[in-house]
Design a protein around this ligand. Structure first.
Ligand code: FAD
Length: 108
């Protein structure tokens, strides 16, 4: 249904914007806060199949959130989004460009 898509686009905007606003070096408290947010988000996201799959993906130790700073977190979120892109048969995004897309703006 279209609202799953509109919700998805808006939510990715929020999630990538959170990584863009994340400090370049995060304090232990900031890391704990974001970890809680992601845990709660993955339970409350109101597309239940999406939330279930996202939780399963995050529970794999290889996909544990990397929260030490903006570069790590931004790349992690890009990888999370790419996991969903793959599942849906969408093109993967080149994560070298996440910051240009979501923080600094494209330079051309
Ligand atoms: P979106 O995937 O919404 O992307 C928006 C914009 O982000 C793109 O135009 C691009 O500029 C940029 N972008 C794309 N990939 C990346 C990346 N890897 N890193 C950084 N930027 C990127 N939909 C389902 O049908 N089934 C699901 O199971 C499902 N699970 C989801 C789980 C989560 C956690 C979220 C947030 C959304 C989920 N969705 C799911 C929605 C889906 O991911 C898309 O948002 C929706 O299909 C609309 O896709 P879109 O092509 O408009 O672009």
């Amino acid at each position: 249904p279209p609202d799953v898509e509109a919700l998805g686009r808006s939510t990715w905007t929020l999630l990538h914007s959170l990584t863009a606003a994340y400090p370049s070096t995060a304090s232990p408290e900031q890391q704990t806060e974001m970890k809680s947010f992601l845990g709660l988000f993955s339970r409350l996201y109101p597309c239940w199949v999406c939330a279930d799959d996202f939780r399963t993906w995050m529970a794999d130790p290889r996909n544990a959130p990397r929260l030490s700073g903006r570069a790590e977190f931004g790349n992690w979120m890009c990888e999370a989004h790419n996991a969903v892109n793959r599942k849906l048969g969408k093109k993967e995004f080149d994560c070298r460009f996440w910051e240009e897309r979501w923080r600094t703006g494209w330079k051309d």
